[in-house]
Ligand binder design. Structure first.
Ligand code: G4P
Length: 530
């Protein structure tokens, strides 16, 4: 295998998905600790500093202390080169969070053991399921009183519709959490004090058949464990790597990110079970990084306003095949032009650094003079193929936009189109009313503030947003349907996007079902084509 293919083969590019506060940041930090990137846990996180030290690009982030952008962290562990795609943790997450998942080959789903599956996890999981990527579950906070372990698994299976397969099993929870039982090795893994998670600690592995176990975890705990294992062996799905690869079975691990219990065990198993960079679909068929030699990448995120004075932007791209060299010239498929990729950068812990080489599986950010759009392909291949586009994700909040000074129409149109092109908001128009008013849709309400702020600061345009009550949007898949004849519910509104494609807005979710029932043959989708 060539050096480049070897580099690609050792890459593991994944996203961590969770509901805020489940422990995503803490777990990421512990991965960095084991990767030797940081020496003491606590140096990445610390709510006051690090959460936005990673991305202090926008004033609004600093003002509100919220990370609007997502970041990518790269580090090495045990011969692997790991790329973690972090997703904004705040409730007001944006479409970027979803798009980040398009760049990942697998996902780690962190669940709070006292809460089970929560709203944001559900939404992010749906996107993973759409892509059929492997999802690994880490049930966190076992050092606190947890829900019943079987109930937690049941919750995942019922709520998310994915069968689970526990790779290990917790021994007690809360103060009595001692470690985990490794089902395949048939041994208990006991963790030493890690000084509240600041050091790595030791793992003691003892066979379940060793009489020493009784003394180590107590006879009662051992009895409970044996009963649970017996029940589990009879009830749960068997581990099947093939199903895991297809995203049809989620391996489950238990631990406590805070105290480092089970973190390295999880990391090791996860790395061996997850996938190296996967092939991606293009208009010339599947492009496999193991057979394609040329460089290719697609843009999945555009970060604006890195430097307000220059209105510069950074385009984040996922490299899918080949090698990237700083300053290389590539073909921009959608722009039909050669471009030089300048100022390539990568995130290392909380710093951004300029890089000169990267490989398939890596994420890089390059300077964007305003030519890239989300989903664009860049390649050195003579084939000039284009990767499959990135879907448009359903906004959940809508508002009508009014300009304060109608004389500034030109700046307003320019600004709002630019911001929409970067993917921060989606813009729609009234359907058949003749009104020129614009409706904006966002995934997280914070994007409304971002829009207002940026239009004022960058385009000198003030707007008023009038919130609309709709929460659900659906794209109409069958183009032959005549929108005029769709009979919907009273809370339904017809709109169109800028390409004149019709869409439906609903206040209530049940109205979608009713509209489908009333209009035979109508096909609605939660994901739009870009
Ligand atoms: P997030 O990125 O998913 O939003 O979660 P984050 O890691 O920030 O963790 C949220 C809170 O949960 C933090 O507490 C963190 O210390 C705590 N936590 C994370 N993992 C565990 C765990 O395994 N066990 C326990 N008991 N707690 C855990 P905080 O008080 O909000 O912040 P801080 O003051 O500790 O920084």
């Amino acid at each position: 295998m060539s050096d480049i293919k070897n580099e690609i083969k050792k890459r593991r590019t994944f996203a961590i998905i969770s509901h805020p506060d489940a422990g995503k940041t803490t777990l990421t930090e512990k991965f960095l600790l084991y990767g030797g990137v940081i020496n003491t846990a606590g140096s990445v996180k610390g709510k006051a500093t690090a959460k936005h030290a990673v991305s202090d690009w926008m004033e609004i982030e600093k003002e509100r202390g919220i990370s609007v952008t997502s970041s990518v962290l790269q580090f090495n562990y045990d011969g692997y080169c790991i790329n973690i795609l972090d997703t904004p943790g705040h409730q007001d997450f944006s479409e970027d969070t979803y798009r980040t998942l398009m760049a990942a080959d697998s996902a780690v789903m962190v669940i709070d053991a006292s809460k089970g599956v929560e709203a944001q996890t559900r939404k992010l999981f749906k996107v993973c399921a759409m892509r059929h990527i492997p999802v690994f579950t880490f049930i966190n906070k076992m050092d606190r009183d947890a829900k019943d372990t079987f109930d937690l698994l049941d919750d995942i299976e019922k709520e998310l519709g994915i069968p689970t397969c526990p790779v290990n099993w917790p021994i007690g929870s809360g103060k009595a959490f001692k470690g985990v039982y490794d089902r395949k090795q048939r041994e208990v893994d006991l963790f030493s004090d890690t000084r509240k998670g600041t050091s790595m600690g030791d793992v003691k592995k003892v066979s379940i058949d060793d009489p020493e176990v009784d003394g180590l975890i107590g006879t009662e705990a051992k009895g409970v464990l044996e009963d649970e294992i017996e029940l589990l062996d009879g009830a749960s799905a068997e581990f099947d790597q093939d199903l895991v690869d297809k995203g049809e079975l989620s391996p489950v691990f238990f631990g406590s990110a805070l105290t480092n219990f089970g973190v390295e065990t999880f990391l090791q198993h996860f790395l061996s079970m997850t996938t190296s960079p996967l092939p991606r679909m293009s208009d010339h068929g599947e492009i496999d990084p193991m057979t394609e030699d040329d460089f290719s990448a697609f843009v999945f995120k555009i970060q604006a306003n890195m430097n307000k004075a220059h209105r510069d932007r950074i385009a984040f791209m996922r490299i899918c095949s080949g090698e990237f060299d700083a300053g290389m010239t590539v073909w921009h498929v959608q722009g039909q032009k050669e471009v030089r990729l300048s100022q390539p950068q990568q995130m290392m812990a909380s710093e951004r650094k300029i890089i000169d080489r990267a490989y398939g599986g890596d994420i890089i950010g390059v300077f964007d003079p305003g030519i890239f759009s989300i989903g664009d392909t860049l390649t050195t291949s003579k084939d000039k193929f284009a990767y499959e586009g990135i879907p448009t994700f359903a906004p959940e909040h809508f508002a009508r936009v009014r300009q304060v000074d109608t004389m500034k129409r030109k700046q307003f149109v320019k600004g709002i189109n630019q911001i929409a092109q970067e993917g921060a908001i989606q813009i729609f128009q009234e359907y058949n009313t003749g009104m020129e008013e614009i409706i904006v849709g966002v995934v997280g309400v914070l994007q409304f503030d971002v829009l207002k702020y940026r239009l004022k600061n960058e385009y000198n345009v003030e707007i008023i947003l009038e919130n609309l009550p709709y929460e659900h949007i659906r794209w109409i898949e069958n183009t032959e349907i005549d929108l005029d004849h769709i009979s919907g519910t009273s809370d339904m509104k017809k709109i169109k996007d800028l390409k004149d494609r019709p869409l439906l807005l609903f206040i209530h979710e049940w109205s979608i079902r009713m509209t489908l029932e009333r209009n035979e043959g109508l096909v609605l989708s939660e994901f739009g084509r870009s």
